[in-house]
Ligand binder design. Structure first.
Ligand code: AMP
Length: 113
């Protein structure tokens, strides 16, 4: 399957983003419809449709995404934050290129909806 998502367009530079972090494996940028004062997405440069299709070979990359999520949360001065990986449309996934949401800057209710 090929990546025809908006995130592939962001990775190729065809669509602008508000970048907060970049390295050879991933890109982090502000969500266009923030759900909290800080709402950042961390996406792998490699196309993985969702956590459902991730492979054992992706484990270092998936770990890297979480380390970068913490890096950008610290960079933003957050003391508390939530990382979310929506998997599948019923769970709220709308962009089928795996991504980690980093959300913070306000109290977050639990359980989520
Ligand atoms: P999800 O619903 O978990 O698949 O998350 C997809 C996220 O991508 C949503 O929070 C959208 O607001 C966000 N999003 C979609 N298009 C863009 C864009 N061009 N720039 C930044 N964030 C986007």
């Amino acid at each position: 399957m090929t990546d025809e998502t908006v995130f592939s367009q962001i990775l190729s530079g065809n669509i602008q983003c508000d970048e907060v972090y970049s390295d050879e494996k991933c890109l982090a940028f502000r969500d266009i419809q923030p759900q909290a004062p800080i709402h950042i997405l961390v996406i792998p440069r490699k196309f993985i449709e969702s956590l459902k299709t991730a492979q054992d070979a992706d484990k270092d990359l998936l770990g890297h995404l979480l380390i970068v999520a913490a890096k950008v949360a610290n960079q933003e001065g957050l003391e508390s934050w939530r990382t979310i990986v929506n998997t599948g449309s019923e769970a709220g996934q709308t962009v089928f290129h795996l991504h980690v949401h980093v959300i913070g800057g306000r109290p977050l209710a639990w359980p989520p909806g």
